[in-house]
Design a protein. Structure first.
Length: 132
C-alpha cells in the first residue's frame, strides 16, 4: 500500500459501527536473507508491526488484538522462492539489471543453503481491529 492511511480510512468508511477488520501483512524482517544479498530488490520498505498499528489507529480503527509470527520456508533455490512470492501477489519492480539479480540469487543460494533447501525467513503481522 503506497498510502495505507487512506486505504484504512476508506475501509473504515464502509464498515458498520463496531464492525471488524481482520487482516495481515508481511512486516520488517521478511526475506532478510535475500535482501541482504540484493537490497535493491525490496519491493518497498517493510514496515514493522508498531508502524502498522499506528497507521490503523490514525485511520480510526481500534486495534483489539495483534501478533507477529516468524516462520522459515525452504525452497529448492532462490528463484523458486521469488516465484512463490510473485505468485502470492508481490511484484518486485526492476531496479537493477538481470546480471545483478542473478548474482544476488547465486549469493542467496550459496549463503543460505541447508539440507532442506534454501532458507528464507518471513514475518507476518495479524491484526483484529474494530471501527471506532
Amino acid at each position: 500500500l503506497t498510502d495505507p492511511v487512506s486505504a484504512f480510512r476508506a475501509w473504515h468508511s464502509v464498515t458498520l459501527p463496531e464492525g471488524r477488520l481482520v487482516a495481515g501483512w508481511f512486516v520488517h524482517g521478511t526475506l532478510g536473507e535475500f535482501l541482504a544479498a540484493c537490497p535493491e530488490a525490496a519491493p518497498f520498505v517493510w514496515r514493522d508491526a508498531d508502524e502498522w498499528i499506528g497507521l490503523l489507529s490514525r485511520a480510526g480503527w481500534a486495534v483489539r488484538r495483534h501478533d507477529t509470527k516468524q516462520f522459515v520456508r525452504h525452497h529448492d533455490d532462490s528463484a523458486a522462492m521469488l516465484r512463490e512470492v510473485h505468485n502470492a501477489g508481490a511484484v518486485i519492480p526492476r531496479r537493477g539489471g538481470i546480471a545483478r539479480l542473478r548474482q544476488a540469487l547465486h549469493h542467496h543460494n550459496r549463503d543460505h543453503r541447508h539440507p532442506e533447501g534454501v532458507r528464507s525467513t518471513f514475518r507476518f503481522l495479524r491484526v483484529e481491529a474494530v471501527r471506532s
